[in-house]
Design a protein around this ligand. Structure first.
Ligand SMILES: [Zn+2]
Length: 289
């Protein structure tokens, strides 16, 4: 397969990536979104039908670009990986314009969520959405958010990873909706799938899934070891104090987000019985030996 212009993230432009997949980048590039949210179109270019995956933010320009890109084809579904504000809000105006159902998991957490998203179909493990020559299968992957679902395009062994896998950068885990333990369990599940490529929610596609998963797991376990080391050096530490130690490589404006991931590490350590927090101060559990 020829990786046609995979570095083209011009907002609104239709970039073909394979026989069945094209990408349209939303005009919301930034620190947390990279070049912008990737909206994927699934279905043959000249085919009868198409699914729109992660319709993106509520941008009229983006909605118009998507409608132009799918003109002449029936929109079968508006599929979402999760309902953060950069992924799902365009589903509602697109539903109004095309009549296609919204397909994803409605969030039960208010924080950082798109309040307009209501799924028109219940998504379970293995739920499929299909069209002419393509089938998307739901692979629930809680972690970044509890309602996160990756979607497997069976015909191409390509996995749409939303914010669960974003290239080599680790996604922010946002407790209590997000969970580090769930995130690692979900990665372990994805490692069992036989995949050819990953289509992330932001940035270029990834051609070596096994290697990507391995690096992400190692990165989190390295961070966890750093949190344990920091707690050993600074008992009774607060989250901000630990962020300064563990995420010293992160710029000041991103530390707010790093604090969420750090808290997620602490919660996992508490679940593992290795640390505990009292009144916002954390320490290692006494060695069971
Ligand atoms: Zn997200």
């Amino acid at each position: 397969m020829n990786p046609i212009a995979d570095d083209d993230f011009t907002p609104g432009r239709v970039v073909p990536l394979s026989e069945l997949i094209s990408r349209v980048t939303a005009p919301n590039g930034g620190k947390m979104t990279g070049p912008g949210t990737n909206t994927y179109l699934i279905g043959r270019a000249g085919g009868a039908d198409v699914a729109i995956l992660d319709p993106g933010p509520a941008s009229p320009a983006h909605v118009d670009a998507l409608l132009a890109a799918v003109a002449g084809r029936r929109v079968v579904a508006l599929v979402v990986t999760h309902t953060h504000l950069d992924h799902s809000p365009a589903a509602s105006p697109l539903r109004a314009r095309t009549g296609a159902p919204r397909v994803g998991r409605t969030s039960s957490f208010p924080q950082f969520q798109d309040p307009t998203f209501q799924s028109d179909l219940e998504v379970r493990d293995g739920t499929t959405v299909s069209g002419d020559g393509w089938t998307l299968r739901a692979v629930p992957t809680p972690g970044h958010a509890s309602n996160h679902v990756c979607w497997l395009l069976e015909e191409e062994a390509a996995l749409f990873t939303g914010d669960h896998v974003l290239g080599t950068t680790s996604p922010v885990i946002l407790p209590p909706d997000g969970s580090m333990r769930a995130y690692l369990d979900s990665l372990a599940r994805l490692q069992q799938l036989s995949l050819r490529e990953l289509m992330p929610g932001h940035g270029p596609r990834l051609l070596r899934p096994a290697r990507v998963f391995e690096l992400l797991v190692r990165h989190r376990l390295d961070r966890e070891a750093e949190v344990v080391a920091a707690l050993a050096r600074a008992p009774q530490a607060t989250v901000p104090a630990l962020v300064d130690i563990v995420y010293r490589d992160v710029s000041e404006d991103l530390k707010r987000w790093a604090a969420f991931s750090l808290e997620a590490h602490l919660i996992k350590l508490a679940e593992d019985g290795r640390a505990f927090g009292t009144d916002g101060r954390w320490q290692l559990a006494a060695d069971p030996a």
